[in-house]
Design a protein around this ligand. Structure first.
Ligand code: OAD
Length: 247
């Protein structure tokens, strides 16, 4: 099987989505059985949905907290943590996932583009988000600073991604401009439907990256990749990255 060339100069930017946690038993978003099937996205993943029915939104994210807490990282998460051990600062993992499984597998250089299930913030004032693992039930919790309702620290549709997160990803890509260290861009378990995540493959290509997609099915943006390896992330990544971890 063809593999990405990762030598002592190569920098690797990984972009993961819900598919990488599927083998840990967590549902993806799109398609049959996905989190968005039978669940209108705008009711649970927009500021307007939260304003209309905060208890429903908290019920949804409390269930996801419980499911993610019960899940364990799989072979794919571990393969990426092992790669980071080898590459150090030549590695960056941008994830759209909010489940925290990458960190539990040992990944440290992680950008959580869409926020985290494990943080809560005020829906009204800029009080900093705080760590929170508890399921939330009515009466809904309120901000100690301004009295506004608290909400999950997830980036919902219609909201901006954290500018510092985007800069960190872009700086990593630009740090690999032509003439500098070669860049491998590897997307795993993502349908390529959501921007800006789906666009980083294009930015990486513009600086000469070799681009790989590992996914169960062809993603929306599959045409933007040099290589597409179809299959379950755990098995494929262990082979592609040469990680000997059969569990
Ligand atoms: P999706 O549900 O859109 O796509 C998951 C992809 O993973 C699909 O293309 C599947 O084919 C693939 N897949 C499933 N099981 C797999 C496995 N075992 N190995 C490899 N691939 C597998 O999820 P995302 O692309 O992550 O945003 O969705 C992006 C964003 O849309 C999410 O972060 C979320 C959602 O709305 C927010 O909630 C803000």
């Amino acid at each position: 099987m063809e593999r990405p060339i990762i030598d002592e100069h190569t920098r690797v930017l990984v972009m993961t989505g819900a598919g990488i946690s599927a083998e840990s038993g967590l549902a993806t978003f799109r398609g049959a059985g996905g989190l968005w099937a039978g669940q209108p996205v705008e009711r649970v993943a927009t500021p307007e949905g939260f304003a209309a029915d905060p208890a429903l939104v908290w019920r949804f994210y409390s269930q996801r907290r419980a499911q993610a807490a019960a899940a364990v990282p799989n072979r794919a998460h571990r393969a990426l943590a092992a790669l980071e051990d080898r590459l150090g600062d030549r590695f960056l993992l941008a994830t759209q996932n909010v489940d925290g499984l990458h960190q539990r597998a040992g990944s440290r250089r992680v950008v959580e583009m869409h926020g985290s299930l494990w943080r809560t913030r005020c829906a009204v004032c800029p009080a900093p988000p705080f760590d929170d693992r508890t399921p939330v039930e009515p009466p809904l919790p309120r901000c100690t600073r301004c009295g506004g309702l608290l909400r999950p620290a997830i980036v919902w549709f219609g909201e901006l991604l954290d500018a510092a997160d985007m800069r960190r990803i872009e700086r990593f890509i630009v740090g690999s401009s032509p003439g500098r260290a070669p860049l491998v861009f590897l997307a795993v378990g993502t349908s390529g439907n959501v921007w800006p995540a789906a666009g980083y493959v294009g930015m990486a290509r513009s600086v000469g990256a070799v681009t790989w997609l590992v996914n169960l099915e062809a993603a929306e943006n599959v045409g933007a990749f040099d290589h597409f390896v179809q299959g379950p992330a755990g098995e494929v990544l262990a082979r592609l990255l040469g990680v000997d971890d059969a569990v």
